[in-house]
Design a binder for this molecule. Structure first.
Ligand SMILES: *Cc1c(COP(=O)(O)O)cnc(C)c1O
Length: 419
């Protein structure tokens, strides 16, 4: 089982709170996060990287509830953001803008302006066009915008193609071979202050050699830029460390991950920036769902539950595996089932051909590894309100986002006069 989740008297607990109790009071589906888990994982990074003392910028898109952001901010984290909405969340949560890095290929004028005015640490610039735009806006504001160029180190880690971001054909970053020229151009721009180099090669990566190749290329580039007289203070290696979804998964320990960077950065004048998301939150949260029906076709058995692809899209979108177990431990016999939601799409499933104990309507299931890219990717498809979110600490739980209501869903919609 994942840390902070265990059976006690045949009932599943998160820290010292019964998941049945949360389900009774808050309903299903519900996202439930363990404070201790996210804290331990964050401190795991701090400890593994104590030689380098990096700035750890939690990637807000993984799970962006302001309570989660506040928890990380209190632990000393900075933030990797990809929109001005995320910056506003960080600021609302009391995060320090001087610890914020701003990534993303399509920053708008307004986003750039607000980020400059908020005094973020640096922009991760993803194209020459964006560099020019940031320069223009900074000059207009009579400021200097701090930047890193996000380089594309042309590395293809072994992960799902949708979450691989550092190979040559990817939309992210600037090709490494062009980077020096772009930096030299940037150095001449009045509104630009070069301070860093950035890469992010993808997500759910187990193969440490991909990270090793990436940091080697970045350090090499940084050295070349320094020879050219540029100032490089930070090397931002992005996020991407993988986590255990299936029992057979064996992600590398943080200590091994940290060693790679130590090897390349020890006694070098660069401060490391990390942007972990999944590895902090993925296994710190679950989604609960209630069994509505069992249905037996001639070919297949289905368990129909009250959570759907709008609540957790990862199985449908990436064909990803999530461990699912009943919250009340059972000795019922296993059968092979598809666990599916109520949405009118054949792609709406949480698990396919899963060996699962026979469960009855009304039972609560826990879907593991849902703390990252879970609620954050939820939608209202089929006019389904988004789930509630709960944060547990010790023997208490706190609703950090209430379940949406019908009024939330139709807010802003209006019927024109001619109808
Ligand atoms: C998504 C993302 C991350 C976080 O990746 P994880 O795999 O969740 O650690 C970090 N940096 C950037 C630029 C990203 O887009």
């Amino acid at each position: 089982m994942f840390e902070q989740f265990q059976y006690l008297n045949d009932q599943l607990y998160i820290e010292d709170v019964s998941i049945n109790k949360i389900s009774d009071e808050v309903g299903t589906p519900c996202y439930i996060y363990s404070y201790k888990s996210l804290k331990d994982r964050f401190e795991g990074y701090v400890d593994a990287f104590r030689e380098l003392e990096p700035l750890i910028c939690y990637s807000a898109k993984a799970s962006s509830n302001i309570a989660i952001l506040k928890a990380f901010s209190n632990l000393g984290a900075g933030f990797d953001i990809v929109s001005i909405g995320e910056l506003k969340r960080v600021l609302k949560a009391g995060g320090d803008p001087q610890k914020v890095v701003f990534s993303g290929v399509g920053k708008t004028d307004i986003e750039i302006e607000e980020a400059i005015n908020s005094n973020i640490l640096f922009f991760n610039v993803e194209s020459e066009e964006e560099l020019h735009k940031i320069n223009e806006i900074a000059i207009r504001l009579d400021k200097k915008a701090p930047i890193a160029i996000r380089v594309n180190p042309d590395i293809s880690p072994d992960t799902h193609p949708y979450i691989s971001t550092g190979f040559k054909e990817s939309k992210f970053g600037i090709e490494l071979s062009k980077a020096i020229e772009v930096y030299k151009d940037a150095a001449k721009m009045q509104g630009i202050n070069i301070c860093a180099i950035d890469a992010h090669i993808g997500s759910q990566i187990f193969d440490l050699s991909s990270f090793s190749d990436s940091i080697a290329k970045l350090v090499d580039l940084a050295n070349k830029l320094i020879i050219q007289g540029l100032k490089i203070e930070y090397i931002d290696i992005g996020g991407g460390l993988g986590i255990k979804y299936e029992d057979k998964d064996n992600p590398p320990p943080k200590s091994e991950y940290a060693k790679i960077f130590e090897k390349h950065l020890k006694d070098k004048p660069f401060k490391l920036v990390l942007e972990p998301g999944r590895s902090l939150m993925g296994n710190s949260g679950i989604m609960t769902t209630k069994v509505l029906y069992r249905k037996e076709g001639s070919e297949k058995k289905f368990v129909i539950v009250d959570a759907a692809m709008n609540d957790l899209i990862r199985p449908s979108f990436y064909n990803s595996f999530h461990k699912i177990i009943p919250v009340n431990r059972t000795t019922a016999k296993d059968e092979v089932v598809d666990i599916v939601g109520p949405i009118c799409e054949s792609g709406d499933f949480l698990a396919k051909k899963r060996l699962f104990p026979k469960v009855e309507p009304g039972e609560i299931l826990a879907v593991f590894s849902a703390g990252a890219y879970g609620f954050a990717m939820a939608s209202n498809y089929n006019t389904r309100p988004r789930a509630a979110e709960v944060l547990v600490k010790d023997d208490k739980f706190y609703v950090i986002k209430s379940r949406e209501t019908f009024e939330d869903l139709v807010r802003g919609e209006q019927i024109p006069d001619f109808l």
